[in-house]
Design a protein around this ligand. Structure first.
Ligand SMILES: Nc1ncnc2c1ncn2[C@@H]1O[C@H](COP(=O)(O)OP(=O)(O)O)[C@@H](O)[C@H]1O
Ligand SMILES: CC(=O)N[C@@H](CCC(=O)OP(=O)(O)O)C(=O)O
Length: 314
């Protein structure tokens, strides 16, 4: 509290201040667990919603940084790409939650992801952290050779002939190599830098690819040996067959949800990413509602947690 606030505060009825202090004190064990640990945060396009919500997200990221966590933000922007494509009169379709990406779509996707969305999030982090010199740094998988990809292959069985044929997704890629040197340098620096990464990758021949943002977050979390990966989306967690949110599940249970068709659309790459990240050594992945103010803080710093946690078997 600064001096002006102190003068105007109603000191007699300040029970709220004591509650706040109690909450902070109770967070101490969790603050120590995450001290100087890397937490990869995937911020989905659906979670961004209105700018007030996104600004609140940026403020929470700054708070995490000042509490000693090393947040790395990977963002999506699916709905924002769709809106821009619609304006341009370009039709878009999805296969298993992945956008079929022709050359025109690729151009729009990169413009929206690396241009508009990336710079906006990095800027809001810088704005929210300016008094403490916390700075957002906007990058994409193209910068410093961060993300190498190869073309994603998908096959489908024709229901009549039962013959498998390839579905061409165009310029959709999946990570083959992550070179996290630049990110590690940024995190190790004494400066409070927060990397913000757009999900664009480059193939060995130099071609630019559109990559699902969950997949990028997972690959990066694995290569950084992150303590946690948080997937912020527009649902309170993963729903089971009964429609209830599942609080915790193993990698095997996550796989079964996809097999049984309980997880569909965008939830498929999310769960596949969570499973791969856990197998790569990320301690746990949490899928949670990014539209709810302070969801990340509830997950990391309270005993309740938020959303659905995916962890290894046993
Ligand atoms: N079992 C499930 N539990 C929760 N959400 C699910 C499930 N199956 C499919 N979904 C869908 O997945 C969506 C989240 O994925 P997506 O739209 O790609 O989000 P984002 O843009 O945040 O990455 C939810 O809004 C929901 O409609
Ligand atoms: C290949 C593919 O599907 N790429 C995504 C990239 C953005 C993304 O993943 O955004 P969300 O996290 O908001 O869904 C797309 O074009 O929509």
């Amino acid at each position: 509290m600064d001096e002006t606030e102190r003068q105007s505060a109603d000191r007699a009825g300040d029970a709220q201040g004591w509650d706040t202090a109690k909450t902070l004190a109770e967070a101490l064990p969790y603050i120590q667990i995450y001290d100087r640990k890397t937490v990869v945060i995937k911020y989905g396009g659906h979670a961004m919603g209105e700018s007030a919500v996104a600004k609140q997200f940026a403020a929470d990221v700054v708070l995490l940084k000042l509490m000693g966590v090393n947040p790395v933000v990977v963002h999506g922007g699916g709905p924002q790409i769709s809106a821009m494509l619609e304006k341009a009169g370009v039709k878009s379709s999805f296969v298993d939650g992945l956008r079929v990406t022709d050359a025109d779509t690729m151009q729009v996707a990169e413009m929206v992801l690396s241009g508009a969305v990336n710079k906006e999030i990095a800027h809001w982090i810088t704005m929210a952290g300016r008094k403490a010199d916390v700075r957002g740094i906007g990058l994409s998988g193209k910068d410093a050779g961060l993300l190498t990809v190869e073309k994603t292959r998908r096959t489908r069985k024709d229901p009549d002939s039962m013959i498998e044929h390839e579905v061409d997704l165009g310029f959709v890629g999946e990570p083959t190599r992550v070179d996290p040197k630049l990110i590690v340098r940024l995190l190790e620096s004494d400066a409070d830098w927060v990397p913000v990464i757009a999900p664009i990758g480059v193939a060995d021949d130099g071609q630019t690819f559109n990559v699902n943002a969950d997949t990028v977050a997972g690959a990066l979390a694995g290569s950084l040996n992150a303590k946690r990966m948080l997937l912020l989306t527009d649902v309170p967690g993963v729903k089971g067959a009964d429609g209830e949110i599942i609080r915790q599940m193993t990698v095997g249970e996550a796989s079964k949800l996809i097999e049984d068709g309980v997880a569909t659309g965008g939830m498929i790459p999310k769960l596949q990413t969570a499973m791969a990240a856990v197998r790569d050594g990320v301690e746990a992945v949490v899928i949670l509602d990014g539209r709810r103010p302070h969801a990340m803080l509830v997950e990391l710093f309270t005993e309740h947690g938020a959303g659905t946690l995916v962890k290894a078997e046993g």
